[in-house]
Design a protein around this ligand. Sequence first.
Ligand SMILES: [Zn+2]
Length: 324
Amino acid sequence: MFRASALTVLMTLALACAGPEPYDMSAWAHLEAEPAPEAFEGVTVTFLGVSTLVIRDAETTLMIDGFFTRPDLGGLNILGKIAPDPERVDQGLSLGRVRSLAAITTVHSHFDHAMDTPLVAQRTGAMLLGSSSTANIARGLGLPEHQIREVAPGDSAGFGAFRIKWFASKHYPLPPPADIMLGTEVETPLVPPARITAWAEGRSDTIVIEHPRGTLVVQGSAGFVPGALAGVDADVVLLGIGGLGGMETAYQEDYWRHIVSEVGPAEVYAIHWDDFNRPLSEPLLPGGTAGGDFPLAMHFLEAKATATGVQVGLLPFAVPVALY
Ligand SMILES: [Zn+2]
């Protein structure tokens, strides 16, 4: 039963992501943010695919997720297992110009967010913060306990001038059969290689990063808990749109209301839109010939930008963008 379910999940993900012709991203080039000026001394964000993000000021560097292995799920067989690829992790850190890192935290514990985080912490000396599931992913790869901190919604932690806060959120409602990957925990240290279902969701969080210059909200997965962000004011939201384009308009509107409208940013950048079966040595693209549901999500965001005055955009790959 479990084996069949894991297989159907793999097939669903592979079919959703595979496509014969690459999608042409040039239609969205006008939304791509400008790189930060060389001499910029404020806070920048660097996008490295999915919801892997480097956030830094002059003194301190933080990372969200840190997923670089990007295994090709379409190439997996029935018993296919995945594991972090140390070479790809090193390449990814070098693309993001990350040497030392104060902290890394996950939006949830699925493989496309948490799988490589223990290696990132080992290589950079970072504290890894997240749910008990993220902690067990770290333990499975031998990250020492003094580099692991379990956090819960309502917690906060300071690193340099940054303060990270965790808020209860919800995962995008994966359709069956992939929904077996929701609402479960990594209950014991996870030693790769393992099937993708071993990287259970754990808990999905909204991550708020405060800094004297401004506040950033990171929403990795396109889900929400009404009211969870009440009282949060943000300058910028990094908004996960994976799956959003395929949802009904009412859901898309609720997502915008409970995440974006709730915190009132001036700018929203879409994240978690790229096909993570593709390695970072190739350009980021959404899945499928027609881009899957990516164009639908982008049309929705453009309509919201027109209606609300919030500026909507995409982040260039591996290039720092000025936040504030
Ligand atoms: Zn997920």
